[in-house]
Design a protein around this ligand. Structure first.
Ligand code: AMP
Ligand code: MN
Ligand code: MN
Ligand code: MN
Length: 285
């Protein structure tokens, strides 16, 4: 197959997506996706279910995760792909991040309480259920209570730096995240670099440090970044010998702009990350 539809970034109910792993894979199939990775925030509990569903759907499944990192006083997301999901360091590292996420959620709830929004932890928990809690669950609760009209406005009003529900949490370091992924035999990828708004000095610094820690690739195109940035990131990826990755960052109907499989074409000048996995991709028909 010449240009199979490949989507290496999406979320299920294991983190802040709206579809279960099985529903997500079925939806990917409807979107004609041939290769996919499930990349829940700091959690890999959906991989077994998704892999099974993908097998039934004839989709090539790649293990994935999206790790929250603090670098240069800002939060970045690093996607891990095609790793051994039983690797102890990775499993334990992710477990620790999730403990931190829960503490962060309690601190967010406390400051939302000071702003008059009571019981936000319990409210967000009712949306997260037993899964990994995140800002989207708070947003869903805040919309339910009528403090904002939609998820987007909750983020603007409450959940971003300087706003009452934001807590400046320390995630793991870039080096830790990249090392866990690579030591588990996987490839580390900088997620949606266009979202970080870092300017022409910091991007090269990030790409170069990331490469030195053992990172493999960059999402040159993503459902959560502006397509006009693709060429800039392709060029920078080439400068630092990083491969190109792509994904919709699909979270669910109504909260994602892009369908699964819709952010798929990597420009010619950038070598795709899946060129490393030809043994897996060869089987696509
Ligand atoms: P967290 O990892 O808990 O801090 O939450 C980050 C997630 O919140 C992202 O992966 C998106 O799903 C979501 N998010 C971040 N910013 C926005 C926004 N402005 N509007 C809607 N969702 C957002
Ligand atoms: Mn998310
Ligand atoms: Mn992200
Ligand atoms: Mn994501």
């Amino acid at each position: 197959m010449k240009n199979p539809i490949i989507d290496l970034h999406c979320h299920s109910t294991i983190s802040d997506g709206l579809l279960t792993p099985t529903e997500l894979v079925n939806y990917a199939k409807e979107c004609h996706v041939k290769v996919m990775a499930l990349t829940d925030h700091d959690d890999i509990a959906g991989l077994d279910e998704a892999r099974l569903a993908a097998k039934d759907s004839g989709i090539v499944f790649i293990n994935g995760v999206e790790i929250s990192v603090t670098w240069n006083k800002r939060t970045l997301h690093i996607v891990g792909l095609n790793f051994d999901k039983e690797n102890d360091n990775l499993v334990n590292g992710l477990k620790e991040i999730r403990v931190g996420r829960d503490l962060r959620a309690k601190k967010m709830a406390h400051s939302l309480g000071m702003a008059g929004i009571m019981n936000a932890y319990e409210g967000a928990r009712s949306y997260a259920k037993n899964s990994t809690i995140g800002r989207i669950h708070f947003a869903q609760f805040i919309v339910e209570k009528g403090y904002a009209k939609d998820i987007k406005s909750v983020f603007k009003k409450y959940l971003t730096p300087g706003k009452p529900g934001f807590f400046d949490h320390q995630w793991v370091t870039l080096e830790e995240a990249v090392t866990w992924i690579t030591m588990a035999g996987g490839d580390a990828v900088i997620a949606h670099p266009g979202r970080y708004d870092m300017g022409n000095k910091l991007y090269p610094k990030l790409f170069s440090e990331f490469r030195d820690f053992g990172g493999s690739g960059v999402e040159v195109i993503s459902g959560s970044q502006d397509p006009s940035q693709t060429n800039y990131f392709c060029k920078l990826a080439n400068d630092y010998n990083l491969l190109g990755s792509c994904g919709s960052d699909f979270h669910g109907h109504g909260i994602s702009h892009r369908a699964m499989g819709s952010v798929n074409i990597i420009p010619e000048l950038c070598q795709p990350i899946w060129s490393k996995w030809h043994h897996l991709i060869e089987s696509i028909h």
